[in-house]
Write a protein that binds this ligand. Structure first.
Ligand SMILES: [Ca+2]
Length: 434
């Protein structure tokens, strides 16, 4: 009875792994002590590098105790696929019950790995053995072949996180869901540019109007100006002169600059594509899609904008009778419902390949599954920060995924504690004080 309970707990603790364990998985409770020898590879380091990728990847599975690289390299030279006797001898002296070795050959772009595995994890002590050939000729050969080797070792498929560029950009998008993504209608459906950190201006031939963001600015006068602009106390047609600053204390080093679009009605269960063109000289500017939902408005506070409209200071507001305060909040929420939304979803397109040329970016989101059900509104926010300088953007479009046939359920994060900050994780996992 007790044994059964332990086995069930082990399956549960395997988390998202399929409940049906592969036949090659170790007996319940048994650790696999694996040694991955450097692979033999004439004339290059590919064998060592690939072996190390396999070690790292296999180590992610908690039932595998993988001998570290230095100890392995001290114990043995690289072992080619023919070195079976050496491997079996070393398994004994290294107290390992699983050994992997092999030969890697590189020919042009193609990498070919002939890999042998000796597995002595079976409860009855019998050795099982396989030899397989893996090939890849992409830039990601190391990750790709390592994944296939680990799948062969474990006898089950690895979960592969979505990769940028995994899915080809569709050619048949319908009309964008956001208006004026090409900026040809000026600031329509976007923030008003402040003409200090954000500009809508003619781009190079063929682009019409583009968005320019500047982040090499002195922070304090910029913040003061943005605030005044928000409350109608500054006019971007007559922007102030704000000094250039490229220090860590600049706008680039602290807030960065956001340029937001209008609210877009969200459709839970939907998948989207976000595309953008950008010209950057470094850094990783981003195009965020943030999701918002209505929230019960705070019963004791008004947003700053509302206070200014009412001509009240926060102190004057607090001094009002409770009934009067509640009435003002309810009236403001009815008039400006979007002042009372809360961010509940966030994804971004990372514009990371900037080499001072215009580059097109496209990616689907959510990375897996459909948009969560609590997202009511989406907002696009173009964002640039470090390094201090200028960034150009054009054709920022949000599309419904034309390949999606039916609404899709939300798929939760695969990574434990994904989206939680470290303090939350620490609190949740720390031992209670005695
Ligand atoms: Ca344009």
């Amino acid at each position: 009875m007790r044994r059964t309970a332990v086995a069930i707990l082990m399956l549960l603790s395997a988390g998202s792994a399929p409940a049906a364990q592969a036949q090659s998985a170790p007996a319940a409770g048994g650790k696999v002590y694996a040694v991955i020898f450097d692979f033999a590879c004439a004339g290059s380091d590919h064998g060592r590098a690939l072996a190390d990728s396999v070690r790292l990847r296999l180590r992610r599975h908690e039932e595998y105790d993988v001998l570290d690289r230095l100890t392995t390299q001290e114990a043995s030279r690289p072992l080619g696929v023919e070195a079976q006797k050496d491997a079996i001898g070393l398994m004994g002296s290294l107290a390992s019950n699983l050994a992997v070795f092999g030969t890697v050959q590189v020919s042009g772009a193609e990498v070919r790995a002939e890999i042998r595995c000796i597995d002595k994890t079976a409860a009855d002590g019998t050795a099982r053995e396989w030899t397989k050939v893996f090939t890849d000729s992409t830039e990601r050969y190391k990750a790709e072949i390592a994944r296939q080797i680990v799948e062969a070792i474990r006898g089950q498929a690895e979960w592969v996180p979505p990769q940028y560029g995994d899915e080809e950009e569709p050619k048949d998008f319908a009309k964008p869901l956001n208006a004026n993504g090409d900026f040809e209608a000026g600031a329509a459906a976007w923030d008003r540019p402040d003409n200090v950190s954000t500009f809508l201006e003619p781009g190079p031939a063929g682009r019409g109007t583009v968005l320019r963001i500047r982040t090499d600015l002195a922070r304090d006068p910029w913040l003061e100006y943005k605030r005044a602009m928000m409350f109608g106390q500054a006019d971007p047609r007559h922007p102030p002169q704000i000094g250039r600053d490229t220090s860590y204390g600049s706008v680039a080093g602290l807030e960065g600059v956001h340029f937001a679009g209008d609210w877009i009605r969200a459709e839970p269960g939907r998948r989207y594509w976000l595309v953008a063109d950008a010209k950057t000289a470094g850094g990783t500017p981003k195009v965020f899609v943030k999701g918002f939902r209505k929230t019960e408005h705070a019963l004791d506070g008004l947003p700053e904008g509302a206070l200014i409209e009412l001509g009240l200071t926060p102190e004057q507001f607090v001094a009002l009778p409770a009934e009067r305060r509640r009435k003002l909040i309810e009236d403001d929420a009815a008039k400006h419902p979007m002042r009372y939304v809360r961010e509940c979803y966030r994804w971004y397109l990372n514009l990371r390949d900037g080499d001072a040329a215009w580059t097109h970016y496209a990616a689907p989101f959510p990375p897996r599954g459909g948009l969560p059900g609590d997202v009511e509104w989406l907002q696009i926010q173009v964002y640039a920060y470090w390094p201090p300088g200028e960034y150009l953007f054009d054709n920022v479009h949000l599309y419904a995924d034309p390949r999606q046939a039916a609404t899709q359920a939300v798929e939760p994060a695969r990574t434990p504690n994904f989206g939680k900050t470290s303090d939350v994780v620490e609190r949740a996992t720390s031992q209670p004080a005695k």
